[in-house]
Design a protein around this ligand. Sequence first.
Ligand SMILES: [Zn+2]
Length: 359
Amino acid sequence: MVTPANPFGTHLCADPSEIVRIYSTSGTTGAPSYIPLTEGDVENWLIGSSRSYAASGVEPGQRIVSTYNAGPFVAGAALAAFERIGLVHIPVGTGNSALLVRAIETLKPEAVVLTPSYAAHLAESHDLRDSSVERVLVAGEPGGGEPAFRAKLEEGWGAKVTEAMGVGDIGPSLFGECEEQDGMHLGAHGLVHMEVIDPESGEALTLEDGVEGELVLTHLQHRAAPLLRFRTRDHVQVRTSPCTCGRGGPRIRCVGRTDDMLIVRGVNVFPSALREVVNTFAPEVSGHILVRPRSTGVKQEPPLPVSIELAPDREATDRLSEAIGAKLREELTVRAEIELVPFGALSRSEYKSKLVEPA
Ligand SMILES: [Zn+2]
């Protein structure tokens, strides 16, 4: 519990004199909270993040351009991981595309790290296919692992795309994908324990290939304010088949936030899953969608209104909207009311894309 006398909560375990840094969570599901860290906690975050980003195949001596700000949130703590890996770190910060493109052209980095939305936005607005960038590391929101979206990013950048993922309250970049691109390995193994639960019943699910549910994480070595069985509200799919990279343990792919989930006549629908199906219609569509629920709250009556942006120079046709509608019914059991909008009609984000416009 958080009180004015104890802003970290009653689970503060370390002596206040041991705290060396305090982050804030972005507070997506409530008031922001403070995350205190001891020197050892900072070091463990760095170890986990370094492993997660190193899984992508980046190598010491290579250059990486980062687009995150150090800022008040835990994601900023991952920036030090690039130097720990032995990379040459070139921070350009958020929202400065001109500086970023100039850094790519001038300093010829082998890698960049950014959100999948921003990676898509840059590939749309610049010709990056012949740049020096060989690896695009995406993190900060789900989407980088959606096959069609990933294929589009890889084509636009002429580079391999792998994703990483952190959880604000637990730590930055806890998971990272290897070159097999088949789900994210737990880079923070030994530091964080992972479970998957049924979000409705709370029951723990066996970590088997194909299992899907809410990710639950427990700090194993955190000292300042450790969390036990923290519900992340991230909905993940689990893969347990051996990975050819040799890393052990289950891998995950984040399907979406349980907060974004809508229930359309009893069927759970993640906006990111809608986008994944829509993206299979590339090159006719741009990859940008916006779900516009008619009523407030989670429960919705079909058809669910979805605006889908066309690719440049494509015209809206009944054939296309009917084909997308049929595929959404078939793959997700959801009936959608599709509106095809011209390229550029939906807003772009330099950080996280908005998939839902609340009623
Ligand atoms: Zn692997």
